[in-house]
Structure formats: structure tokens, C-alpha cells
Design a protein around this ligand. Structure first.
Ligand SMILES: [Fe+2]
Length: 422
């Protein structure tokens, strides 16, 4: 058994640096020594009773090469291993083996490198009495290899040197280091990208908010114009917007769709400001010509709104608010699902509000009568689920005109100068 331990002085070596007479097993028999180590590593079943920890230690100590290094009296260094013997001359020729391997022989290069530092290893061991460790770098034929040496004297001028090839470990560490560096750089790039994206998102969000604000400001301005010219129509639009918004929410539509319907409702009769007051306020029945004039309001407001880019989505909804499921509506006689859902909601809210309000040619219907009317046209003129949502809101007492609408619904309370806002 080899007394190899990093922290202990080998028997036969004194701490004062002077070697005593050797008391070690004869190291001439390297093969026997190797066999001894092999057995300790578990090759022979007889040593298996070793604990797992002991086996680990032995495995850790297992060298790739076991060399005997002897500093001869003429100061040459002889390195003997399983594979060859290499003699490194003393003096200025040191490092040039006299019987090493041919160029490109990495084993010979290792032996020469060990021989080069043999005298220093021995000297340091004798001075300290401690096992010597060295990291060795060997260049051969363009290849770089790394080794870890552990050396202890076994004779006054002889050492045993355990050599471990750490090149794979170094390669692994280098790979890991490069991968870590790449990963770090990638991480930095991603972080920079995330910052840029966050900035872009902020700008886009801000632009959307500005656009949304501009849209609502424009709608408020237009409804103010309508209110000046025709207060009844303006009030009708505001009440229709309240109801349309509540119906949309009752139907479970998303917030943006509900808002779109409510905004469209605020402008849906804008075109009526271009209808002559004598026709609009006529107490009696309208002539076919007068009816045509009134019906033109849908096309008129569409023409106005479609030219304003950020209001164009509302234009199509508004254009369809007099269309009916059975095709009897105007201006295009659309049917069924060809009519936008938002327009179907707007249509129900428009008609219900109109029936519940006084008009020049008739008095308002009671709530019950108006609801019965709309219920009777459920699925024929008006969208079934929209009518159902509207009926539920009224009959369950969850909606009343001119009651402050839910926050997400733009309404009269948000419009400066409107009656509701004082
Ligand atoms: Fe209308």
C-alpha cells in the first residue's frame, strides 16, 4: 500500500529537508505497484469490503501515469514509467531527452516535462516534507495537454510521481466558461431587447391612449354640435348609448366591443342634423319623399365618419343601425348575420328608446308596451339574444334611462355641457 496523502510526510522523509534511509517497498517493481493500486480500485474482489468512501478516495487518487523520477549523481533526471524511460540531461541541454519518443509522441513529451521539473520537485519535497503538487502544461505537435502531478520522495534521490491528465477537465471547464460567457452575452442582449420592447410598448400604448382620447374628444365635439342644432336627437343618442352599453355588458361582450357600441350610439343619428326641421318635427305622418329624406341620414353620417380614420370602425356600425334581420331595413337591406353584432345591438337600443320617448307625431309608449313590441319582433326584425338581454335588463329592474351608466360606457355625464353633466 502506498502511503500517499497530501497532508502527511511520507515515512523516510524528514521535515528538516534531509532524507533518511528509504524504508519503502521496493519501487523498482512498478508493475507490482500498479497491480497493488489496481486491486485497491476494486479490480480484485478481495478488497471490495472497502467502504464506499474509501473506494471513492482510491478512485480519486488513481493516477493516469505512475512515474519514478530519479535524480542521478551526474544531475541527469531519469523518468521511468510503464511505457518508456526518458533521461533528461543536466545543464543547458535540460529538457532535451536522450532517449525520448519521436516528435508528436505525447507520452514522451509528458515524461520530458516531468523530468524537467524533477529536481525542483525533489528539492521542494525535501525542504518541506510535504507531498508536492504541480500543474503541468505540455505542448506537443500543436496540441496542448494539462496534467496534475503529485510527487513524494521514496528514496533520497528518487520520487514517485502520480500523474493525472486534466485536459478533459480543462476542456470541459473552458467549454463551460465559453458557454457561460455566451449565455451571459445572450442574456444581456435579451435584457437590452426587453428594455427596447418595453419602451416601444410604452410609446405604442401612449399613442393608443392619445388616439383613444382624440377619438372620444372628437365624438364629444360632434355630439355638442348635434345638441346645438337638435337637442332632442342629441338626448336620444345619449339614452340609446346608455341602453346599448348595458345590453352589450348583459350579453357578456368584451369591454372594447361594449365601448365601441356605446360610442357608435352617441353618433348614430348625426345625419339627422341635415334633415330639414319641418320634416324632422312634422307632427303628422311623413310623405314618401319626407321618409326618403329622413332615411338618408344613415348614408349621410356614414359618408361623414368613414373619412375620419379613427372613427371609420364606428361608421360601419352606424351605417347599419336601421338594417333589420329580415332584410326590411335600410339603406342596404342587409339580412341576418350580414349585419354587424354591434349594429344589431344599436338597433334594439335605438328602437326601444324611441318607443319610450315622445315624438312629434306620437306619445311615448309605456315601458311594458314598448318591451312587448320589441319582444314581438324578436328573431324577425331584431337579434334574439340582443332582445332577450334588453328585456332582462328592464324586467329585472336593472336598467333605467338617465341613471348613471357603468364606468366603461361613455355617456352624457362625460360630455361637457350635456344636461346630465349640468
Ligand atoms: Fe337613426
Amino acid at each position: 500500500m502506498l502511503p500517499i496523502n497530501r497532508d502527511k510526510v511520507l515515512p523516510g522523509a524528514r521535515r528538516d529537508g534531509r532524507a533518511e534511509e528509504p524504508v519503502y517497498p521496493d519501487p523498482d517493481s512498478l508493475d507490482a505497484l500498479r497491480d497493488s493500486i489496481d486491486r485497491k480500485l476494486g479490480r480484485t474482489g478481495a478488497v471490495l469490503p472497502l467502504s464506499e468512501a474509501e473506494q471513492r478516495v482510491l478512485l480519486e487518487l488513481m493516477p493516469d501515469e505512475l512515474l519514478r523520477v530519479t535524480v542521478e549523481t551526474d544531475e541527469t533526471v531519469l523518468v521511468v514509467g510503464r511505457q518508456r524511460r526518458v533521461r533528461v540531461p543536466a545543464g543547458p541541454d535540460a529538457g532535451q531527452s536522450t532517449c525520448g519518443g519521436h516528435p508528436g509522441d505525447s507520452t514522451a513529451a509528458l515524461y520530458r516535462a516531468v523530468g524537467d521539473c524533477g529536481k525542483q520537485l525533489l528539492s521542494d519535497f525535501l525542504a518541506t516534507g510535504e507531498m508536492q503538487t504541480r500543474d503541468l502544461r505540455v505542448e506537443e505537435d500543436g496540441q496542448t495537454s494539462f496534467f496534475e502531478l503529485r510527487a513524494a520522495a521514496c528514496q533520497p534521490r528518487g520520487m514517485l510521481v502520480l500523474v493525472r491528465d486534466t485536459t478533459p477537465l480543462r476542456d470541459a471547464v473552458d467549454c463551460l466558461s465559453q458557454a457561460t460567457e455566451k449565455s451571459k452575452r445572450l442574456h444581456e442582449m435579451l435584457e437590452a431587447e426587453a428594455v427596447i420592447r418595453a419602451e416601444e410598448e410604452k410609446i405604442i400604448k401612449s399613442s393608443f391612449e392619445k388616439l383613444a382620447g382624440l377619438k372620444e374628444d372628437t365624438i364629444v365635439a360632434v355630439t355638442a354640435i348635434v345638441r346645438k342644432k337638435d337637442p332632442d336627437t342629441a338626448r336620444h343618442q345619449e339614452r340609446v348609448s346608455q341602453l346599448a352599453c348595458s345590453i352589450g355588458k348583459e350579453m357578456g361582450l368584451d369591454k372594447d366591443t361594449v365601448k365601441m357600441v356605446a360610442l357608435a350610439a352617441l353618433l348614430h343619428d348625426l345625419g339627422k342634423v341635415f334633415v330639414s326641421p319641418s320634416t324632422l318635427l312634422k307632427p303628422g305622418r311623413l310623405t314618401p319623399e319626407e321618409m326618403d329624406e329622413v332615411r338618408k341620414h344613415a348614408d349621410t353620417e356614414f359618408e361623414i365618419l368613414k373619412g375620419i380614420e379613427f372613427l371609420s370602425p364606428l361608421a360601419e356600425i352606424i351605417h347599419q343601425h336601421h338594417e333589420r334581420l329580415d332584410g326590411s331595413g335600410y339603406p342596404r337591406g342587409l339580412t341576418g348575420s350580414d349585419i354587424l353584432l354591434e349594429a344589431r345591438i344599436l338597433a334594439v337600443a335605438d328602437v326601444v328608446e324611441a318607443m319610450m320617448s315622445d315624438r312629434p307625431h306620437r306619445r311615448a309608449l309605456t315601458e311594458a308596451a314598448a318591451l312587448e313590441e320589441i319582444e314581438n319582433t324578436r328573431g324577425t326584425l331584431f337579434d334574439t339574444s340582443t332582445v332577450d338581454a334588453c328585456l332582462r335588463l328592464f324586467r329585472e329592474g336593472r336598467f333605467r334611462f338617465d341613471v348613471t351608466p357603468p364606468d366603461e360606457c361613455p355617456g352624457p355625464s362625460r360630455q361637457p355641457g350635456s344636461p346630465a353633466s349640468g
